[in-house]
Design a binder for this molecule. Structure first.
Ligand code: ADP
Length: 589
């Protein structure tokens, strides 16, 4: 009930439409209800008086009522559908905004396929619930009540007799509603699972093909689709057994009326016209009763879907902007992490008592084994996650007191897997700085060593990239990411120095691009290579979420310990190989 009311609250924004919908509904019902009356009276007038003049008038009146009914029912249907569409539109937007506002911690736990199913299938159920359920429901109530009243005034005994089965129907409706809600809860869950299967196998299609797992994916999808079909069929079964039962009860009561009503006509206490009216009104009840099953179904689906949608809308982001948050301005890039501890799930800490100070313009290299917490540390700077203990300060301001937008504009990240949107290459570069001029974009592309490549593209800066567009290589994507961040002009920079997969020429280009990016910014580098760490102002060596060594390259080498171990094991051979390749390249050019 609470869920239904909450869905209905979305109608508040469309009061005028709701009014017109009800107005048309009432008009159409009244014109419809006039018909049996006109027909019944005509029967009596013909039988009693043999009068044809009344017959003509009644015929015309019926025709008029039919025209009115047609007009009203057009507006009624149109208004209902519009309302359904509007509410679906509103809910979709609210949901999308909400999902965009949720922090990493939320999205870590959510499955894209499930979210997509909720944004599509569940919103669709709400649309049908509003469009066909809510207003129709009032119509059915209104009509049933009026017909009942008319039947009772015509002949209350006959009415009570013929309607004795109504309480049974109402009771049964509740039972069926309960059953359907359970089925729909499962069905919507299955829709979500199907969404996950579809989304994962499509976005992972390259992996599927590479490991030739099509059969496996097919089987997985088909079993999920089968489960969904099973739930849908279960709901059909419930409804299908219900409808004939209702129809039978209804027909039985019609027979009863004919029997007793006929006798009353013979007794002379009832006219043929009155019986005609009675039977026609009774027949009018058939529609609401038949619709009842459909309505219960719509309501059950709407409620289940509403719950699934509100679950998303009610989720609070762990990282929230304070109401009194201040926009960061004129930031120098002085970063302090003061005794920071952090865990993704609260239970097991990933970072323990980490303290870092980076002065404006300094380069800080983070080094350590995979899983030691390097990425986690840098994720705390733009507040992708909030610290569990301690604080992160930017120019002395706790990041939790700043507005999220200004903070993220000050902290630029060159992410490892660069995401390209389906848009022109210009728009992809200007993604973070949408107000940037064409000159700014070109300048950034030049600094990122991407300009010449772009000029060679078929449509230059207007070339479409992303899905269905030109495919960029790993190195080109990385430079695009650099250009993107350059344009943002952040005071603090986060880099993931994982360029090991590109050839030396590309690496050289990237290195150049990075150099122009780092210039004058406080930079945190997740260092995979020694050369980056070597020139850093500070090197932080991490182990199991703790900083176990810190200092410059020479200091750390002299100190011994993990740093020199890493150096011996992996970085020295790499460096020597790198130097050899560079020497060879230089010799050959
Ligand atoms: P590194 O960057 O040094 O490889 P990470 O910071 O990515 O290390 O990971 C540190 C630890 O935190 C690892 O044990 C990892 O499993 C865990 N971890 C990383 N990201 C998440 C996440 N989103 N949710 C839960 N645990 C995570």
């Amino acid at each position: 009930m609470r869920i239904i009311l909450r869905i209905l609250s979305y109608l508040k924004n469309h009061k005028l439409r709701v009014f017109f919908a009800y107005f048309s509904l009432a008009g159409s019902t009244i014109s419809f209800m006039a018909m049996p009356r006109l027909l019944g009276e005509s029967v009596d007038s013909v039988l009693d008086q043999g009068s044809t003049s009344f017959l003509i008038w009644a015929g015309l009146a019926i025709l008029g009522a039919a025209v009115f009914r047609g007009i009203f029912s057009f507006f009624d249907t149109y208004m209902r559908e519009t309302l359904g569409q509007r509410v679906a539109y509103d809910i979709r937007n609210v949901m999308f905004n909400h999902l965009q506002g949720m922090s990493f911690a939320y999205h870590d736990k959510q499955q894209t396929g499930q979210l997509m199913a909720r944004a599509t299938a569940d919103v669709e159920n709400i649309r049908m619930f509003i469009g066909m359920g809510v207003l129709r429901m009032s119509y059915l109530f209104f009509m049933t009540a009026s017909v009942l009243a008319l039947l009772l005034t015509l002949d209350w005994k006959l009415a009570l007799m013929s309607l004795a089965f109504i309480p049974f129907i109402v009771g049964r409706s509740f039972v069926i509603g309960g059953q359907l809600r359970k089925i729909w809860t499962r069905a919507q869950e299955r829709t979500g699972e199907l969404g996950i299967a579809l989304q994962e196998s499509l976005s992972g299609i390259r992996v599927v093909k590479a490991f030739s797992r099509q059969e496996h994916e097919n089987a997985n999808f088909s079993s999920k689709a089968g489960e969904l079909a099973k739930e849908n069929l279960a709901s059909v079964r419930v409804m299908a057994t219900n409808t004939p039962m209702m129809a039978f009860l209804f027909t039985a009561s019609t027979a009863l009326v004919l029997w007793f009503g006929g006798q009353q006509i013979i007794d002379g206490s009832f006219t043929a016209g009155e019986l005609t009216q009675f039977l026609l009104y009774l027949a009018m009840l058939q529609m609401p009763i038949r619709m009842l099953g459909f309505m219960i179904n719509l309501i059950s689906r709407g409620t289940v879907s509403g719950q699934r949608i509100f679950e998303i809308l009610d989720a609070v982001s762990p990282v929230r902007e304070r109401p009194d948050a201040i926009p960061l301005d004129g930031i120098q890039g002085h970063v302090v992490m003061d005794h920071v501890s952090f865990g993704y799930d609260g239970a097991s800490p990933v970072l323990r008592d980490v303290s870092i100070e980076a002065k404006p313009g300094e380069v800080v290299a983070l080094l350590g084994a995979t899983g030691s917490g390097k990425t986690t540390i840098v994720n705390l700077l733009p507040r992708f996650y909030d610290v569990t203990e301690g604080s992160v300060l930017l120019d002395g301001i706790d990041v939790r007191t700043a507005t999220l937008e200004s903070l993220r504009n000050k902290v630029g990240i060159v992410q490892q897997d660069v995401f390209l949107f389906s848009a022109s290459i210009r728009d992809n570069i200007a993604y973070g700085a949408h107000n940037a001029s064409d000159e700014d974009v070109i300048e950034a592309a030049k600094a990122a060593q991407l300009h010449n490549f772009i000029l060679d593209l078929p449509e230059g800066y207007d070339t479409w990239v992303g899905e269905r567009g030109v495919t960029l290589s790993g190195g080109q994507k990385q430079r695009l990411a650099i250009a993107r961040t350059l344009l943002l002009d952040p005071a603090v920079l986060i880099l993931d120095d994982s360029t090991s997969s590109v050839d030396t020429r590309t690496e050289h280009l990237i290195r150049q691009a990075l150099e122009s990016l780092i210039q004058g910014r406080t930079t945190f580098v997740i260092a995979q290579r020694l050369s980056t760490a070597k020139n850093a102002d500070q090197i932080l060596v991490l182990k199991d979420g703790e900083i176990i060594q810190r200092g410059k390259h020479e200091e750390l080498l002299a100190e011994g310990g993990l740093y020199s171990e890493i150096y011996e094991l992996q970085l020295r051979p790499q460096e020597e190989a790198g130097e050899a390749v560079t020497a060879r390249d230089e010799a050959s050019s």
